[in-house]
Design a protein around this ligand. Structure first.
Ligand SMILES: Nc1ncnc2c1ncn2[C@@H]1O[C@H](COP(=O)(O)OP(=O)(O)O)[C@@H](O)[C@H]1O
Ligand code: SF4
Ligand SMILES: [Mg+2]
Length: 320
């Protein structure tokens, strides 16, 4: 393990069976996240972002490949061993309202991870629940005895974040944490995550279908298409000079950074192919304005085009 590497994901593949056919929802995904870093993961709906996030926390264990967290291999651990580790490896989801049990009170919802972990000290539990609710900007005296339906979507996401924080995790997988919220509330939750990151020394995998959302929060950004990574680089690099035609196409759809996008022709025309039957060669070729013969015949390797900048394309864009 490198100095400071918290998570190492090597060549993971997750297969599902649908309509009697086995297919790879993600293939050969490799990434690492340094302690304290935020890695953004973007791509259109269905490209495998949630599958990647869930495979990291072994829900379910990937079909192939390796996941190391704090130097420990997670694939192959027993259910009980994994339960211990999951305390330090939390996940928050897109729809905060449905990820909270409607029949339980907030104090029980937020305390649940502590209780599962075997904490029986009522005073300690109460103190910790109050502390995390305060941290996420919810007044414990007003919140503790209420149930989720008495709160807005943004407040419910704050409660979900409090529940994730109570175990003092190292890594939080944030799976589209603001996508279900009103635009005005999105910024508040993003700011809260940044504050919590600082205060609790967190490392984040931040998933979104929206490049604009991950822009400010991420140190590096990975772009995914049809189950595979197509580009990974520092945030600035990816937004200033995307090298993969798919990244450039996504960029062109964001109004405020669209002018900066490289002229890659019409942005993202055409349908996303089915993952049950991905195109030969480069899986983006059916939508790529740059596609050439080689792209049909040969799959591009995910390779370094510069230190720290990886791209899966035979003809990467050169920028400027
Ligand atoms: N439990 C499942 N069974 C079968 N197919 C699934 C399952 N979960 C996701 N998929 C499929 O796997 C692909 C990736 O899905 P997902 O990881 O949810 O994408 P994203 O989060 O990027 O929208 C999609 O084609 C989706 O339909
Ligand atoms: S390999 Fe070819 S089809 Fe694929 S992104 Fe690059 S230019 Fe486009
Ligand atoms: Mg998803």
């Amino acid at each position: 393990m490198n100095n400071g590497t918290l998570l190492e994901v090597n060549d993971i593949t997750v297969e599902y069976v649908t309509q009697g056919q086995r297919f790879a929802a993600i293939s050969d995904v490799t990434l690492d996240i340094a302690e304290g870093e935020t890695l953004g993961l973007v791509g259109e709906s269905g490209c495998g972002k949630s599958t990647t996030g869930r495979a990291i926390i072994q829900l379910p264990t990937p079909t192939a490949g390796h996941v190391k967290f704090e130097g420990q291999e997670l694939t192959g651990l027993t259910h009980n061993e994994m339960r211990q580790i999951r305390q330090r490896l939390q996940i928050i989801f897109q729809d905060p309202v449905s990820s909270l049990n409607p029949r339980r009170r907030v104090k029980d919802i937020v305390a649940e991870p502590l209780i599962i972990a075997g904490n029986k000290d009522a005073a300690d539990i109460d103190r910790k629940v109050r502390e995390v609710l305060n941290a996420v900007g919810m007044d414990p005296d007003i919140t503790l005895d209420r149930r989720p339906h008495q709160f807005s979507g943004g407040q419910c996401q704050r409660i979900c974040i409090a529940r994730a924080l109570i175990m003092e995790p190292k890594l939080i997988v944030c799976d589209e944490p603001v996508s279900a919220l009103d635009v005005s509330v999105q910024a508040q939750i993003l700011n809260l995550l940044e504050d919590m990151k600082e205060r609790y020394g967190l490392t984040l995998l931040f998933i979104s279908h929206d490049l604009a959302v991950v822009k400010n929060i991420s140190d590096r950004v990975a772009v995914m298409y049809l189950g595979k990574f197509c580009e990974l680089a520092d945030s600035e690099r990816i937004y200033e000079a995307p090298a993969h035609p798919y990244t450039a196409g996504l960029m062109a759809t964001i109004p405020e950074i669209g002018d900066k996008a490289i002229d890659s022709g019409p942005a993202l025309a055409g349908e996303i192919p089915s993952p049950l039957n991905p195109p030969s060669g480069c899986r983006f070729r059916t939508r790529c304005p740059q596609a050439q013969e080689k792209c049909t015949a040969e799959e591009p390797a995910f390779r370094d085009i510069d230190p720290g900048h990886q791209v899966a394309c035979h003809f990467p864009l050169l920028g400027e």
